[in-house]
Write a protein that binds this ligand. Structure first.
Ligand SMILES: C[S@@+](CC[C@H](N)C(=O)[O-])C[C@H]1O[C@@H](n2cnc3c(N)ncnc32)[C@H](O)[C@@H]1O
Length: 463
């Protein structure tokens, strides 16, 4: 029997829904393909690394007309917004905490700005030749595993990876090294016993780990052949990249947006096109474990990175003390806090989850939800400061559900944005939402959660 929603009356959420009802617009032109990475699979550059959380070039192309002036993406991923905006002649900045994403963005930009690819091709061929050799790789070049990556590669692949790492260390030119290093990192998954799947890495049964389920990912290419294909793709994409993104280099900042946004000047941005992490327990450090280990992250560094990401996992602890200490503008912090305090719908969600704490699959989802909104509110308050009058925010996000309780992320964030001075013009709803997790579906029935693209405008006269 299905359990009914725990909330007998969800008054505050109903009120919030009523407040935004005329701006919740079903948009048939918004498809899942558009707001996800899917459509980038044929896009030069963007296709090199499967960053599943990315959005499409088409979405950015379309959103760029929303406002003039410098463009900012505070959750830049592989730099989709920043690259496209810069390619179109706009000044563009992307802030991203995952080095996996910033490496991809920088590699795409580097290739786009090469006059020819001869030097790259020459060094890449030398690397492929080194991989043909059977010499012992230096021990210090071996891939340093963390517990969640152990057994990801066969012994031959481990040896090939060590050879590649030793080779990369000897390349003197920074851009060339970065791009070839990125190419080597980008094929780790293909040559491994793992597959990025939903929230986790799934493991092929040939890996030698003790596994509960059985998965066979099909033929696994050798590291060398996967790399050779990627190198060919990079070289083949050069002319198109030079046309699309050449001439201007976006500023890609590697760091936490919570720390980096306060460094941007007031009224310095015309348009933000972004997609923050969703409040859905997704752990980027797990999905990109192979790539982070490639980049030298040890167990402690994994933990630090997870904690610095916007809270979206049950492991995340509050960042409040740290932010209060380092925050340059206490006014923005106070504004974000006030905006959160006035969210009756959020309070209602938290109260209901608290009242049912014992039944939650993990009680830390309560602090996840609370911290998620506290941190994104701070980002919104900062955006309200840096976006000039007449500027806009275009934001992609999903609603989530915990224990049968819908969290209307779209409405709460839009209400926070209005508290911070924006006008919510539209919450564009995709015709097909997102199903709830299978465990929740069994207990609470199927419910489609809204996937949306929000549009907020900063009025010509600030409040
Ligand atoms: C939904 S993805 C956006 C992907 C991007 N639109 C693209 O096309 O690649 C959200 C991004 O926010 C990043 N992120 C999470 N916490 C962050 C933080 N504190 N500072 C900067 N970026 C963060 C994640 O690493 C992830 O790349």
């Amino acid at each position: 029997m299905q359990e009914s929603s725990l909330l007998s009356s969800c008054t505050a959420r109903d009120h919030l829904h009523d407040r935004f009802a005329d701006r919740l617009v079903r948009r048939n032109d918004l498809s899942r393909r558009l707001v996800s990475y899917q459509a980038n699979k044929a896009q030069p550059g963007l296709r090199w690394f499967k960053y599943k959380e990315g959005f499409s070039k088409d979405l950015v192309d379309d959103a760029l007309s929303a406002a003039n002036g410098p463009v900012l993406d505070p959750f830049a991923g592989i730099g989709t917004t920043a690259l496209i905006a810069a390619g179109g002649g706009r000044s563009a900045t992307g802030i991203e905490i995952m080095p996996v994403g910033t490496r991809a963005a920088k590699a795409i930009s580097w290739v786009a700005n090469q006059r020819d690819m001869e030097a790259f091709q020459r060094v890449a061929n030398d690397l492929l030749r080194a991989l043909d050799g059977h010499g012992e790789a230096r021990h210090e070049s071996r891939f340093r595993h963390v517990p969640i990556t152990c057994h990801a590669f066969s012994e031959e692949t481990e040896a090939a990876i060590a050879t590649a790492r030793a080779f990369l260390g000897d390349i003197a030119d920074d851009g060339l090294r970065l791009t070839l290093d990125f190419a080597c990192m980008s094929v780790l998954e293909a040559a491994s016993f793992t597959r990025k799947d939903g929230q986790y890495l799934r493991w092929d049964s040939r890996c030698g780990r003790k596994l509960r389920g059985r998965m066979n990912k099909g033929p696994i290419p050798s590291y060398r052949s996967a790399l050779e294909r990627r190198i060919a793709e990079i070289v083949a994409d050069h002319p198109a990249l030079a046309r699309q993104y050449g001439g201007r280099t976006p500023r890609i900042v590697e760091g936490s947006t919570l720390v980096e946004l306060p460094k941007l000047a007031t009224n310095s941005v015309g348009l933000t096109i972004t997609s923050p992490p969703y409040a859905n327990r997704y752990d980027y450090t797990r999905t990109y474990a192979l790539e982070l280990a490639w980049l030298g992250y040890d167990r402690a560094a994994f933990g630090d990175l997870r904690q610095a990401l916007v809270s979206a996992t049950v492991e995340n602890r509050s960042k409040e003390r740290q932010l209060a200490q380092c925050y340059a503008r206490p006014r923005t912090l106070a504004q974000a806090k006030a905006a959160i305090a006035s969210q009756a719908a959020l309070a209602e969600v938290l109260e209901t989850l608290n009242a049912n704490r014992a039944e939650l699959s993990n009680p830390h989802v309560i602090r996840l939800v609370a911290n998620y909104f506290a941190e994104v509110a701070l980002v919104i308050a900062e955006l309200a400061r840096v976006i000039r009058p007449g500027g806009r925010v275009v934001m992609v996000n999903d609603n989530v559900q915990y224990h049968g309780e819908e969290v209307p992320v779209d409405l709460i964030l839009s209400a926070i944005a209005e508290e911070c001075g924006f006008v919510c013009e539209e919450i564009g709803v995709l015709p097909r939402g997102k199903g709830n997790a299978s465990q929740q579906m069994g207990r609470f029935g199927r419910r489609e959660l809204r996937k949306c693209v929000y549009r907020w405008r900063m009025p010509e006269r600030r409040r």
